[in-house]
Design a protein around this ligand. Structure first.
Ligand code: SF4
Length: 335
């Protein structure tokens, strides 16, 4: 239950937003205050988040399209994931797509107006054949399209990251998912340090970093703030914020969804902690934000369209209407 307004310390939301717009990200206390804001203050919190959003990203919303290039049968035990072999979810199990199929997905993403094509493969990390094929696909895409390429293949070595960069992949996705303190409740087969090492390997190879997390897994507000601070510390360029839409058959199947207003507070917190970065509304957008999706664009400047790895979305037509009706434009970051 939220605390009565009278017990809360007063927050100067406008000043917080202006500091962020000047490039000074929120500190831990300020970020916790955002998450503790009462529902009736949500418009003020959104106004604060909109100041850096407008300063650094204008009114642009960059669309990203995911290609689930290899699905299911994963050895890892991430509690939220329907692709873990440990979960009885009925999620599709498919081997790695061939190069032509990945290439066709990139063409379709370009036709939809996406600025980035995200090639995702399930698993702890890629085997040599997977790296070979993703590199070949990246070279083919680079040769015919300006679309930016992100790869998300699990844990990677410095050599694997270097090969991806040389082939034309320009960003690597690897989420921290939650705070270091909460992580053991989410995954037992690999650790936070493994994830940080992959981020360092990708950065050392010259790849941009896409690193975000998943909220709604039973973590506290402090865990959410620690996640945002860890992402800032890792130097992420792009931050996907996923909202748990519990999948039947996973260990988190029974968890309630976050409320739409709670999702807005979390997006505002990420924007204010990471004012200059790309903040993406990721999985669970439609399910958790519902009718409040347009308000989320005042904090976030990016979203996936046409669905996620194992769940569908509301489709490009509704996404474009959502963006344009709210006064934003489809396009890349302006600054
Ligand atoms: S490593 Fe990736 S695919 Fe495997 S269970 Fe975890 S999130 Fe799912």
């Amino acid at each position: 239950m939220s605390k009565p307004v009278a017990e809360r310390p007063a927050v100067d939301w406008r000043a917080l937003g202006e500091r962020a717009a000047a490039g000074r990200g929120a500190d831990r206390g300020e970020a916790l205050a955002v998450l503790a804001a009462p529902d009736e203050a949500i418009l003020q919190v959104l106004d604060a988040a909109f100041r850096p959003r407008l300063r650094f990203c204008g009114r642009a919303v960059s669309l990203h399209v995911i290609e689930n290039a290899k699905s299911g049968d994963c050895t890892e035990d991430c509690a939220f994931c329907s692709q873990s072999a440990a979960a009885a979810t009925g999620a599709p199990v498919r081997p790695l797509e061939d190069v032509e199929t990945i290439l066709a997905g990139a063409r379709r993403a370009g036709e939809l107006g996406a600025v980035r094509y995200c090639i995702v493969a399930s698993g702890r990390g890629p085997d040599p054949a997977t790296v070979d094929r993703i590199c070949e696909a990246a070279r083919r895409i680079r040769a015919e399209s300006p679309i930016a390429i992100c790869a998300s293949l699990g844990l990677v070595s410095s050599d694997e990251a270097r090969r991806l960069a040389e082939a034309g992949v320009n960003r690597y996705n690897h989420n921290l998912e939650t705070s270091a303190a909460h992580y053991a409740r989410v995954c037992g087969t690999h650790g936070y340090a493994d994830r940080l090492r992959t981020l360092a390997n990708a950065r050392a190879a010259g790849l941009e970093l896409c690193c975000g997390g998943l909220v709604g897994m039973g973590e506290t507000d402090a865990d959410r703030v620690d996640l945002a601070l860890a992402i800032r510390e890792a130097g992420a360029d792009s931050v996907p914020v996923n909202f748990l839409d519990p999948r039947p058959g996973t260990p988190l199947a029974g968890r309630p969804r976050l409320s739409p207003v709670a999702c807005l507070r979390i997006l505002c917190m990420f924007r204010l902690v990471l004012p200059e970065r790309e903040i993406r509304i990721a999985g669970g957008r439609e399910a958790c934000l519902g009718a409040l999706q347009p308000l989320a664009l005042f904090a976030a400047n990016s979203m996936f369209t046409e669905g996620y790895l194992t769940t569908g979305g509301q489709g490009i037509a509704r996404d474009r209407a959502l963006i344009e009706d709210a006064g934003f434009t489809v396009g890349a970051i302006l600054a």
